[in-house]
Ligand binder design. Sequence first.
Ligand code: ADP
Ligand code: MG
Length: 327
Amino acid sequence: TQLINQIAAGEVVERPASVVKELVENCFDAGASQIYVDIEQGGVKQIKIRDNGCGIDKDDLALALSRHATSKIASLDDLEHVVSMGFRGEALPSISSVARLTLISRTAAAECAWQVSADGSEKNFDPQPDPHPPGTTVDVRDLFYNTPARRKFLKAEKTEFGHIESLIQKLALSRFDVGFSLQHNQREVLHLKPAATQAEQEKRIAAICGSAFVDNAVKIDYAASGLHLHGWVGLPTFSRSQQDMQFFYVNGRLIKDRLVAHAVKQAYQDVLYHGRHPVFVLYLTLDPALVDVNAHPTKLEVRFREGRMVHDFLFQALHRGLAEQRP
Ligand code: ADP
Ligand code: MG
């Protein structure tokens, strides 16, 4: 089991940012409206994530740290199947096989919170009372302490934290309704209140992409033939070089796609004569039947059923928006 967990962990846990991704997604699943992410030393020393979501019943805590599929993995074929499915439902057991994990949780109905922990092969699944408020904290320490080969592949603290920060930015732009706080080595790096109105959303975008972007951005809001695009695109008058400040969400999910990149670039070139490194935050919504999301949960790829149509729609939407605001 320990070995299977560690193999599984290789899929789910590549670096500190992959732990953060799994844990924050669990907070979303729990219906949290506030998520606190505390990082020490790039996440290698500690990743602590607290939410105000539904919490976990005392009786289910041990289960949350146990591998549900273990009993089903009888052969290498089974294992390969599980690997190719991306180990859904296996994040916490996988993480706890390569780090020291403490899970503390309290449901609204419970009188107090309860804590369990797992540390490599050592399990303390007998819940201990804890003064934690309603919601859940997952505390992950000493990542890869028992897999030195993996640990060696980690980059400098600054680089690993950079991955975490950019992940939180992406997640924060996908869920305006959730508040986020991000700390590194006890310093607050991001503090984002839940954002309902457009002004509040623009404040969040300013905190992430810079206020120069928001102040000069063109607002896009365009619908045609069942597709809807809305968001903000920067005019190239704003020249802070931020190649990774390109956020494109399809039905709420961040993607990187060549067809999308091409449509954006063409619209810029057509209106402004160049399309170098534009900054944008865009949300496309369309019938889910028109997109295939790659089965692997860590991939950012999609395939559009009607690629040409989506491309032309995006070009149209952006071209109009940009042309109206041509400086
Ligand atoms: P999955 O999310 O795919 O079910 P995980 O290993 O990520 O698998 O989590 C295991 C289980 O632990 C979840 O199904 C959920 O019941 C519980 N859980 C994990 N994190 C939280 C959280 N932040 N709030 C409430 N429940 C959680
Ligand atoms: Mg999960």
